[in-house]
Design a protein around this ligand. Structure first.
Ligand code: ADE
Length: 251
């Protein structure tokens, strides 16, 4: 997979060289490219923003540097009907679709992601419309809060996506049994413990030391359901059994 980032703050992406993403790049599993949007400007001040048409506070990112960045990063020929194999341009924006594990898994199937990191009040809408003619476009929000720009969101999305790539994680099982994975029914993860058995007067739950795998599995599921109900009731959809008995089911 190839991942490109267009930003006015290339230094934000230094962490890509660290930890697992850095190792994955060294192994050739992924390739990262970071591009300074200002390198696609031609004026003395390397201007990337201007005042909004229609008035209002703040500045809007100008379309021209983005157009040139896409010319450099996206293939020239555009087949709107052939989404398969096209690059995916991700605009990180608080007005995008919410990012979640399912979206991470979807993006992990792509060959080429281009992150367009907006700043100020956003990017001229024509940039997004134009990108749609040359690539799959996803506008993605990290959550219902406003960051100063899309860089942190692009990094978070990258980490969630890249760790799903085959061969990326040492232990594939830890991907299966984690919060939000479809395999655990979308429940939050149960509490975990390691040695020593007693620490500062606190004991590891007896059941985890019992050696009874069935009991352990039931306890973990119970804990996951309890946690999810307490912290994220929105992840539990009420439903009914065939005979009308209400049940609570993970969605
Ligand atoms: N840029 C600013 N706020 C953002 C958010 N919540 N998600 C993604 N990109 C952003």
């Amino acid at each position: 997979m190839r991942l490109d980032y267009v930003t006015i703050f290339p230094d934000f992406f230094a962490p890509l060289a660290l930890s697992l993403p850095g190792k994955a790049a060294a192994k050739g599993l992924v390739a990262f490219g970071v591009h300074d949007l200002r390198s696609f400007t031609h004026d003395r001040h390397r201007t990337v923003d201007d005042t909004p048409y229609g008035g209002g506070a703040g500045m809007v990112m100008k379309p021209e540097p983005w157009g040139e960045a896409f010319d450099a990063l996206l293939p020239a020929d555009t087949h709107a009907d052939a989404d398969a194999g096209r690059p995916t341009v991700v605009f990180t924006t608080p007005s995008g679709e919410p990012f979640d594990q399912a979206l991470a898994a979807e993006l992990a199937t792509r060959e080429h992601l281009v992150f367009a990191c907006g700043r100020y009040e956003g990017i001229d809408q024509r940039v997004i419309d134009h990108a749609r003619e040359r690539a799959e476009v996803r506008e993605i929000s990290l959550g219902d809060y406003v960051l100063n720009g899309g860089e942190v969101a692009a990094l978070a999305i990258t980490e969630a996506v890249v760790r799903l790539l085959p061969g990326f994680m040492g232990n594939a099982e830890s991907l299966v049994e984690e919060s939000h994975s479809a395999e655990t029914g979308g429940l939050l993860e149960y509490p975990v413990y390691t040695k020593p058995p007693t620490w500062r007067g606190r004991e590891v739950p007896e059941v985890l030391r019992s050696g009874d795998h069935g009991k352990v599995a039931r306890w973990r599921h119970e804990q996951a359901v309890r946690r999810t109900a307490e912290r994220r009731p929105d992840l539990l959809a009420p439903s009914v059994l065939d005979d009308g008995t209400p049940i609570v089911r993970a969605v």
